[in-house]
Ligand binder design. Sequence first.
Ligand code: ATP
Ligand code: MG
Length: 269
Amino acid sequence: MQLSRAARIILVGAPGVGKGTQTERMLKRFPQLSSISSGDLLRENVRKRTPLGIQAESTMKRGDLIPDSTILRLILSELISHGWLTTDAPRTMTLNSASAAGATAESGDDDDAFITSSPLTSQKYNFSEDPNASFILDGFPRTAAQALQLDDLIPINLVVNITTPTAIILDRICNRWVHAPSGRVYNTTFNAPKEEGKDDITGEPLTRRADDDPDTWKNRLQKFEETSMPLLEHYDRKGVLWTVQGNSSDEISPKLFAEFGKTFGRNQT
Ligand code: ATP
Ligand code: MG
């Protein structure tokens, strides 16, 4: 389905609720959409041992949140490198070299720009209403403070709040396996890889996420519960909040597709 205008969506939901799974499905269904996952970006930085990754690793292992300023700079540079945000000012090295998914931080110099203070966030940006500039943000913003900062850069026009009973999520987390380089997610009970322990596309080995043990997950859930209410209230006030319930990703996807089509589809207004 073709879109009638630019969709700028964020997904909000407890850790393990299936935001990544819904994102993957949305991208397949609506080819004009692209996505940024804050968790995947951070894990990529950890894997590549960038200064930002080294700094973030222990926080993530505990299930705590990365400082707002760090995550904002990371996301901002992604929004710029995808071309979703543009500036009239000449672009700096940092902006040019921060590339799209896969190469967040290739040279050490750029990484330093993320963790030391940078002028990125104080600039003014432009954004396009072209449907091809549509995106899903998975995992960002996560706090009302992050949302306020994003509002200053680019307005979000649909917030999808995904809710699933926590007992069901915990069960799932214990069976979750990931293909780290791509972020593809499997579950040994309901979405098993074709060959055990191997990624369907590349055949590479699957791994467990460092923060997917039950104790860390409980801390992540607690952080989510502390931060999500003010976040959701913020977007509710703006009139863009939509809540969907379901016990499984399969139950949620059709509802999400329908709502999205209704809001952004070609034949809608
Ligand atoms: P899931 O991926 O299962 O939906 P999740 O939402 O808890 O669960 P990620 O979004 O992958 O997991 O995030 C993993 C970790 O990365 C978080 O626990 C946190 O430490 C860090 N992180 C990700 N996004 C943010 C953010 N917007 N602000 C602060 N920390 C973040
Ligand atoms: Mg995720």
